[in-house]
Structure formats: structure tokens, C-alpha cells
Design a protein around this ligand. Structure first.
Ligand code: GLN
Length: 205
């Protein structure tokens, strides 16, 4: 199985940390809450969760996470940004925004479904992950959308408003919260990426 024993970090500054850790464990991998940059060493993949991107960005600055996370991404360690995490890993965010890590060649718009729309669900068909006969029930919470993708970016799912799941090499980008359902398919897909990348981060910090 893809996940066996491998250590997956969840950036644990703010947001939906526990739910991702639980999902990782259900998939047979070890979930590690990463609270400081030293916690990145030895993880083979990193999830940046949903929450509030401005708050997480400030804490990324405060604890000097940007450089080691960028180094991990350049070294090919898989990184999965969901919702606020997507905003933080994007190269470009429309409007004013604090820290962004610039790991993926996409332009993101925050709160793209209207500020008044708090949350909603949509059934998504995702190429190679969730086919027509068993779509993925995606939970969107004040969600961003990917408005533009660079030439190297693979689009995995889109809705009327834009792209909601994409992959730029070792960076997976999702606008919705896969950890809030029972559906393990996206975490398993990420663990396959990790298995394919092979190897823990040796980031020394
Ligand atoms: N709208 C939030 C932000 O801009 C993201 C929401 C979420 O992560 N569910 O940070």
C-alpha cells in the first residue's frame, strides 16, 4: 500500500489540522503535526491545510517556515495545499495578500464563490481519481478558485467558476476540503505522489 509507515507532515499553525492527520492515519501513513520548521525534517510529504490564509501566512513569517518549505518543494517533496493552503502555495494571488510561498504556477482568487456563500458541496468528477459513477463530494468553505494555470499545470477538476483541483509537478492544489468527508481518495492520491517521489526531506533547519 502506498501509505505504509511513511511520515506526512501537516502544517499545524491554524486551520483544519486534526482532520488531515486523522485522514492520513486512516490511509496507513503517519501524520505529523508540524509546528516549527524543525518538524519538517524526516517528512516525505507536507499538507498545508485550509483555515485562514492571512493568519497562516503571518505565522509562516513568524516561525521562518518559508525558506525550508520552498527548499522542500524544489527538492521534489510532494506538497498539498488545500483551500487557504492553495492560496499560500500559489505563485500569484489576485488583490492584496501577505505571504505567499510561490510554489505552483497558478493565479488564485480568494473567496471566489462570493463572500456571502459560506460553504457548499459539489459532486466532482476528477480525472483518474473519481469517475462519473462515483464522483467526489467536495466541501467548499469560503473557497478560492484557480483562475489561471501555467503551461506545466495539469488540471484535474473544474467547476463553472474555475479550476478547483490541479497539479504542478510535485505540488497538488485543491480549492476544497477533502479531510471533512469520509472519502480517502484524494489523500491516497497524494500518498501515491509521495511514494513516486520516494524519500524523506532532509531539510536541515
Ligand atoms: N477564504 C479563506 C482564506 O482566504 C480560505 C478558506 C478556507 O481555507 N476554507 O484564507
Amino acid at each position: 500500500m502506498a501509505g505504509n509507515g511513511v511520515r506526512i507532515g501537516v502544517l499545524a499553525l491554524q486551520g483544519a489540522v486534526r482532520e488531515h492527520l486523522a485522514m492520513i492515519e486512516r490511509c496507513g501513513a503517519r501524520g505529523v503535526a508540524v509546528k516549527r520548521p524543525s518538524g519538517l525534517s524526516g517528512v516525505s510529504g507536507l499538507i498545508i491545510p485550509g483555515g485562514e490564509s492571512t493568519a497562516i501566512g503571518k505565522l509562516i513569517d513568524e516561525y521562518a517556515f518559508a525558506r525550508p518549505i520552498r527548499e522542500m518543494a524544489v527538492a521534489g517533496v510532494p506538497i498539498y495545499g488545500t483551500c487557504a493552503g492553495l492560496i499560500l502555495v500559489a505563485a500569484r494571488v489576485k488583490g492584496k495578500h501577505g505571504t505567499i510561498l510561490g510554489l505552483a504556477d497558478v493565479t488564485v482568487e480568494r473567496n471566489a464563490f462570493g463572500r456571502q456563500v459560506d460553504s457548499f458541496e459539489r459532486e466532482l468528477v476528477i480525472a483518474g481519481i473519481a469517475e462519473q459513477d462515483r464522483p467526489f463530494r467536495a466541501v467548499f468553505i469560503r473557497a478560492p478558485v484557480i483562475e489561471e494555470t501555467g503551461p506545466g499545470v495539469e488540471v484535474l477538476a473544474r467547476v463553472e467558476e474555475g479550476v478547483v483541483l490541479a497539479r504542478d509537478a510535485n505540488v497538488l492544489l485543491g480549492a476544497f476540503h477533502p479531510e471533512l468527508t469520509d472519502d480517502e481518495r484524494l489523500h491516497r492520491y497524494f500518498l501515491e505522489m509521495v511514494a513516486g517521489a520516494g524519500g524523506a526531506s532532509g531539510t536541515e533547519v
